[in-house]
Design a protein around this ligand. Structure first.
Ligand code: AMP
Length: 284
């Protein structure tokens, strides 16, 4: 049976004992409402670690919109069962006061384009500062050997990678591929809020990524033209993108030319939901 731990003191004890026994400790940070995307991270952690801790914490500091935080889906009981089935040994589900006790005063803030562009432009850099703060705290609480993140949130991966390097955190990062529904929609806890036609229109994102990928394979190297192709494919589904951009995968700086590895990031509002997706483009 999987253990559900709610306090920092208890998770520390558990990790201390495991480490003393020479066991490798893996952490999969999540906000819960687990789906196959999360489970792929947990399975990977279970294959590589002895103690597999799945944290479930809907982090208030990374929400720029109180209504979005309120609407965020939750089902801890189901999450615990799913996490256990995928190989988790511990679910760490602290209450908000355990993570942000009275008097809490610290914020981890990365400067520059990685927190200010794309999601950081739409939601404000505070979103990524909230992510950076909670990830730093989770690493401090759990002190894992390795932590697992999903490529689905490409900008988050860039931010966390930078954070770990900048603060010399002794955590190995593993970035896992995006898990999709059979029709290509990237799995997300927010997808449950897509109703009726919106579920079909949500395919605009994968259509845009696919069209761009095909253009690159056909020899297109011009960043602006690749963006145009993706935007057009999204519009064909009736979706006007928030952004479509060909960027450097580590700095998120715009790329005029794709002649190596590039990242294509897309975001759009579909009905009541804001969706993001991305693909790696391999230019020749
Ligand atoms: P979240 O609960 O949305 O904060 O996600 C927790 C972790 O799961 C993050 O590292 C996400 O990038 C990852 N994740 C979410 N959706 C997917 C997906 N469809 N495929 C792979 N990883 C995902």
């Amino acid at each position: 049976m999987v253990q559900v731990t709610r306090t920092v003191a208890e998770i520390r004890d558990e990790v201390r004992m495991a480490r003393r026994a020479g066991r490798r400790v893996g952490l999969v940070p999540t906000m819960g409402f687990l789906h196959e995307g999360h489970l792929s991270l947990i399975r990977r952690a279970a294959a590589e670690c002895d103690l597999v801790i799945v944290s479930i914490f809907v982090n208030p500091t990374q929400f720029n919109d109180a209504a979005d935080l309120e609407a965020y889906p939750r089902n801890e009981e189901r999450d615990v069962t799913l996490a256990a089935t995928a190989g988790a040994t511990t679910v760490f589900a602290p209450p908000v006061e355990e993570v942000y006790p009275k008097g809490f005063a610290t914020s981890v803030q990365l400067r520059g384009p990685i927190t200010e562009t794309f999601e950081g432009a739409v939601r404000g850099p505070e979103h990524f500062w909230g992510v950076a703060t909670v990830v730093t705290k989770l690493f401090g609480m759990v002190q894992p050997d390795v932590a697992y993140f999903g490529q689905k949130d490409a900008q988050q991966c860039v931010v966390v990678t930078r954070l770990v390097a900048d603060l010399d955190l002794a955590v190995e990062l593993v970035i896992c591929p995006t898990v999709r529904e059979s029709d290509g929609l990237a799995m997300s806890s927010r997808n449950v809020r897509l109703r009726g036609d919106d579920r079909d229109r949500a395919l605009a994102l994968i259509d845009g990524l696919d069209a761009a990928g095909a253009a690159v394979r056909a020899g297109e190297t011009d960043g602006a033209e690749i963006e145009r192709v993706a935007t057009k494919a999204m519009l064909a589904r009736g979706v006007d993108a928030d952004y479509v951009a060909v960027v450097d995968p580590t700095t998120l700086a715009p790329l005029a030319r794709v002649d190596g590895r590039a990242l294509l990031v897309v975001a759009a509002h579909v009905g009541p939901v804001r969706l993001i997706d991305n693909a790696i483009l391999e230019g020749i």
